[in-house]
Design a protein around this ligand. Structure first.
Ligand code: ZN
Length: 509
């Protein structure tokens, strides 16, 4: 398909133009951008799209999410990560979600993302208790059908859950501990599984990739992490992981390893340009320097971090240290939507209350970079997408600039961060194909997907409600662990406001 966008306002996010818009045409041939300029000649058979009064910008990158949580949007509130995990990722479970629902869950995640202008999605897929190639393939099948670009992992954990957080072995009664079996996967088995996925799914349709994901340093053995990283480096894909999301995790490093989790990762060789870290909130100055020196990336999931009360990541200092910053929603159980425009607005605002020095606040231009080209870098896809440049894949969003959000137009980058919420999106192109047009997906029958989900979901949600009751047994111990960890003064402050840590119980003794 050849597309010629005429007379657009163009925001390329490339090195030459950055966030300065200009007027012109954009030609898409096949899966790529063939030309950007004034009065381009229309090739034979090109579809000509009048983009007068419309913006063409790079498709957004969601640098971190978990499709496994999509059916839990709007379900929880006021839980810290460690308690919330009990319900979103139940310890006591009855087996994985049925294949058809797994497919539909992945599909609707991609559908919602595309309609919100996300053309590249990083799905850190989690599917306990096992690793089943046919099930993971359903995720790829769904993304293939939707038209989205995606990096998909199959996240591994090889430590017993009660050994991944401090104090739990002491807090949880032995009979309850005995109910939870530990993972059995070995590094060799996991790497063999990943190689099978690489062989058949990586590069699928020119837009789907596999990446390697070890959940977190405290959740995996050194042998597992090192094997994962070696494979990621060999394949040129990200080593995707979670580090220092919560204060509990900041306490975990010293408790388990006598050092911060980032220091621990450095010592075992896990900080590299392939390393992409979700969250990075409770990092020290020394941690940030190590991450910058190693050319690491992070995914900044600011809404999820607020929803789970995790804290506010020190983004300015991470940027200063040279860390690549992308924006992520995290899963829809902790963010509740797939909209990166929302994440952009929060990221553009929340760091303004980090301190009074206005020079150190996030600018709209920085937020836009994180949502596009730097987000692509966190996925090691910055040569492929994240900016509008000749030769790059055509992943772009067309936004109508005639509505309330742009009346009057002052500075485009400000409007995109502080005003836009995705409601002005008129067309989305992914890998050269029109996937959203006039607020409608062209690749999937939305009504049919919704109808099938309405049919299938009540039984699944009822089953999940039963699991929640079962897992609530662990709730008080998780809360007590959270209290014991967070009551400590560790010299790092990532909560906002001046509420006492624990009213009436504000000392460890
Ligand atoms: Zn995550």
């Amino acid at each position: 398909m050849t597309l010629l966008f005429r007379n657009a306002t163009i925001l390329t996010m490339d090195k030459a133009h950055g966030t300065t818009p200009f007027s012109g045409d954009v030609l898409v041939e096949g899966d790529s951008i063939a030309a950007i300029g004034a009065n381009l000649e229309a090739p034979d058979g090109a579809r000509i799209i009048d983009a007068t009064g419309r913006l063409l910008m790079p498709g957004l990158v969601n640098a971190h999410m978990h499709s496994s949580e999509t059916f839990f949007k709007g379900r929880y509130q006021n839980m810290p990560l460690e308690v919330w995990m009990l319900y979103s990722y139940p310890l006591l479970m009855k087996g994985p979600i049925a294949p058809r629902l797994l497919y539909l869950r992945s599909l609707i995640t991609a559908m919602e993302s595309l309609k919100a202008g996300v053309t590249t999605m990083i799905d850190d897929f989690f599917d306990p208790p096992g690793f089943d190639f046919d099930r993971l393939k359903l995720v790829f099948d769904a993304y293939d059908a939707s038209g989205i670009r995606a990096n998909v992992s199959h996240c591994v954990i090889d430590k017993h859950v009660f050994d991944t957080m401090p104090y739990l072995r002491d807090l949880i009664p032995a009979d309850l501990q005995a109910q939870i079996a530990g993972p059995t996967i070995t590094p060799d088995d996991y790497i063999a599984y990943c190689r099978e996925v690489f062989a058949s799914q990586h590069g699928r349709s020119g837009r789907l990739g596999f990446m390697v994901s070890a959940s977190a340093p405290q959740r995996c053995s050194v042998a597992m992490m090192q094997a994962c990283l070696a494979l990621a480096q060999d394949k040129g894909v990200p080593y995707h992981t979670h580090v220092l999301e919560t204060k509990t995790q900041a306490v975990t490093g010293p408790e388990f390893y006598g050092k911060s989790l980032i220091g621990y990762m450095r010592d075992i060789g896990m900080l590299t340009p392939n390393t992409t870290i979700a969250h990075s909130i409770w990092v020290s100055d020394e941690d940030m320097a190590l991450m910058g020196e190693a050319d690491c990336s992070i995914a900044h999931n600011v809404i999820s971090n607020l929803k789970l009360g995790s804290g506010i990541a020190p983004i300015r200092r991470l940027l200063d240290a040279g860390v690549h910053v992308g924006l992520g929603t995290d899963g829809m159980s902790s963010n509740d939507t797939a909209r990166i425009f929302d994440v952009m607005r929060f990221a553009g605002l929340v760091h303004d209350i980090a301190g009074p020095d206005t020079d150190r606040w996030m600018t709209a231009a920085e937020v836009l970079r994180s949502a596009t080209i730097e987000g692509a870098r966190t996925a090691l896809l910055d040569k492929v997408t994240g900016s509008l440049e000749v030769g790059k894949r055509a992943d772009l969003v067309m936004i109508d600039l005639s509505g309330y959000d742009y009346m009057p137009m002052n500075r485009l980058d400000h409007h995109l961060v502080y005003c836009e919420n995705g409601s002005n999106i008129r067309m989305v192109v992914a890998n050269g194909a029109v996937v959203v047009e006039d607020s409608r997906l062209t690749t999937v029958d939305e009504a049919a997907v919704f109808a099938e989900l309405r049919e299938l979901l009540p039984a699944y949600m009822a089953e999940h409600a039963e699991l929640e009751k079962l897992n609530a047994r662990f709730d008080p111990y998780m809360r007590e662990m959270h209290r014991r960890a967070t009551i400590q003064d560790i010299g790092i402050h990532r909560y906002q406001g001046d509420l006492p840590l624990w009213p009436g119980r504000n000392s460890a003794g």
